[in-house]
Design a protein around this ligand. Sequence first.
Ligand code: SAM
Ligand code: DTB
Ligand code: SF4
Length: 332
Amino acid sequence: MQHTITVRNNWTIGEVSDIYHLPVLELIYRAATVHRAFHDPQEVQVCTLLSIKTGGCPEDCAYCSQSARYHTNVKAHKLLSVEEVVEKAKEAKAAGSTRFCMGAAWREVRENRDFERVLEMVKEVSNLGLEVCCTLGMLTHEQALKLKEAGLYAYNHNLDTSEKFYGEIISTRTYEDRLNTLKNVQKANISVCCGGIIGLGETTQDRINMLHTLATLPMHPESVPINALVPIEGTPLENAPRVSVWDMVRMIATARILMPKAMIRLSAGRLEMTVEEQALCFLAGANSIFSGDKLLTTPNPEAEQDTKLFQLLNLKPRKAFKEQTPNFIESL
Ligand code: SAM
Ligand code: DTB
Ligand code: SF4
């Protein structure tokens, strides 16, 4: 069957806003239609996160449990050993994950022994047949090439919010820095994973602007995580109100319509969501979750609960490295 939905990166702010503000059921219907034209709606990719170096981060991201500026309950630890990481990756694979994402609380990658160790981790995890992803902070083009050579499949680096609101959340680096890292990753032919968080105190316009920035990048990110803030005691956002599920649904659905080929990942915040709420997110175009009882430092639903969720909704785990090129007219 030929589909005629065009992949575009020339969206205007007005168009993004009109989509975001559609009556919610109409929005879900349209997103579900795009979703079905580009993906098998029964398939959801299961990913696992591991914090390979926790806490003590010099950055001041107002939402983060790992910033050294705030007094949180997170126990800091140095970079894990390659063996420990490979063990966790094997467990993740055995539990059905096809993507393994390693996070380090670094401002940026430095070329030292720790980086050498991360390259070794990437090599070994990639040899297990998993999609290996890293999120290590800012990256130069040369470092991106080294990671690629070691077998890195994807790199996560989020825009988090709009350019305008960004300074309210992080003062230690700029939006421009973020975009530069994304460019370096993309130039090294590494799959880009880039999304954001809602619930930081941003306006609806900030959300629309962030989605607009993502959808008008020279190439859409292959992966777009949408996180709901998990408020962390001790951070400036500890008392931020919980985001409504309708806001998550609108973000997911708009992202799905704007970036039809991307994997849209229902990321942080699932623990607070009911099965029905998560089902709405899948209907709106989300096609990936993080599984395992921990994200990086915060709790996540138990594996057993997610197994039940998949059974109830007749979902099946998506295979690794799946081609994302069904029939459609392509302009990107
Ligand atoms: N240090 C690296 C960096 O900032 O690029 C990587 C780790 S950072 C934890 C990865 C992403 O997780 C952030 O960009 C943010 O979008 C999300 N995140 C972090 N803490 C969160 C929280 N408390 N609630 C929701 N999402 C969060
Ligand atoms: C992303 O956007 N969400 C994941 C992944 N990328 C690295 C991380 C969520 C972290 C939630 C807070 C925590 O567990 O510390
Ligand atoms: Fe550091 Fe990343 Fe947390 Fe920001 S989000 S404080 S850069 S670990």
